[in-house]
Ligand binder design. Structure first.
Ligand SMILES: [Zn+2]
Length: 321
């Protein structure tokens, strides 16, 4: 009889659930909306979703080994406590792992969501067979997870490897984190839309002027579509984003020398249209002391990286305890 871990991925819009067996094969999945109104609703939804997934897949309690939860925001990972959630108000100092684990009746552990996605790619995705990787999720912001010698890098204060807030432009754009010139201000999906809008507001002409008038705002998809149609401003914004990403990739190589850097999240949906210019800039910016050996890859697990990774983290924790 197969034994399973449940992975839970807490997002701002959805909570995703998925199964992973001891041979790293994924099983059933489920998705529920993230409830508003604070921590109790989120805990209840996690417990309900996990139970529903077990019922849906006829998974017996005795075949459930552990539960892993991936969540955004600062956390005390050893204690399994969420300290705050940037996009979900009313969540502070919540012992999420203990509460969910007790209700489901299995040990539970907590991991940062981008770390979980990185671990998912490492165990089951494009990082299989590697020793170290860095994952960058390019969405509203830029999240990141670091795997070194098979271990998730946490740092001394659980905020290690936050490459989205690596300064790539000294005295650049101010970031909500309090720094200036952070990577995520230049190459997140949201940043590309914002940069195109700012250029138009400063008087640049572009096919995006009409899109902005119609929608009231621009996103990375609008920029991607306009670029493919030959729009000069869109091409410029896209190229600048790829350039900053490549700057980050070179800096990551200097610090960690990983086997691969994985591009994930909404913007990575552009596929080769993103990876090719990033690789070109990376090759140009990389030092000449040795040839570039770190691969730049697109996420293999896509939107499932978070749940698969959270379940893989639970497997690792269950083997260490
Ligand atoms: Zn920042």
């Amino acid at each position: 009889m197969a034994r399973w871990c449940i992975g839970i991925d807490l997002g701002g819009t959805f909570i995703k659930f998925g199964l992973l067996d001891e041979n790293r094969q994924p099983g059933g999945t489920l998705q529920l909306p993230t409830p508003r109104g604070g921590a109790e609703g989120i805990i209840a939804q996690m417990v309900e979703g996990a139970r529903a997934l077990m019922a849906q897949t006829a998974l017996r309690r005795e075949d459930l080994v552990a539960v892993g939860i991936g969540a955004p925001g600062p956390a005390d990972l050893k204690r399994g406590v969420i300290l705050a959630m940037p996009n979900i108000p009313g969540v502070a100092d919540v012992p999420l792992a203990r509460r969910v684990g007790e209700a489901i009746g299995a040990p539970a552990c907590l991991e940062n969501d981008a770390n979980a996605a990185a671990y998912g790619e490492f165990c089951c995705g494009c990082g299989v067979g590697s020793r170290s990787l860095v994952l960058l999720t390019l969405g509203t912001g830029v999240g990141s997870g670091v795997i070194v010698e098979g271990q998730v890098l946490h740092g001394s204060h659980d905020v290690g490897g936050e490459f989205g807030h690596m300064i790539v432009q000294p005295d650049g754009d101010s970031c909500p984190c309090g720094q200036r010139g952070c990577l995520e201000r230049y190459c997140s999906a949201a940043a590309l839309g914002r940069r195109a809008r700012q250029a138009i507001e400063a008087g640049r002409s572009s096919a995006l002027v009409e899109v902005l008038r119609r929608k009231g705002d621009l996103d990375a998809k609008d920029v991607e579509v306009a670029r493919k149609a030959g729009d000069a401003l869109a091409a410029e914004v896209w190229e600048a984003g790829a350039h900053y990403l490549a700057v980050a990739c070179v800096n990551i190589c200097r610090i960690l020398d990983p086997d691969l850097i994985v591009l994930a999240g909404g913007l990575a949906g552009a596929g080769e249209d993103l990876r090719t210019p990033v690789r070109e800039h990376f090759g140009r910016l990389h030092w000449s002391l040795t040839a570039p050996r770190t691969r730049i890859e697109l996420s293999a697990l896509g939107e499932q990286a978070g749940v698969i990774g959270a379940a893989a983290v639970a497997w690792r924790a269950s083997r260490q305890s």
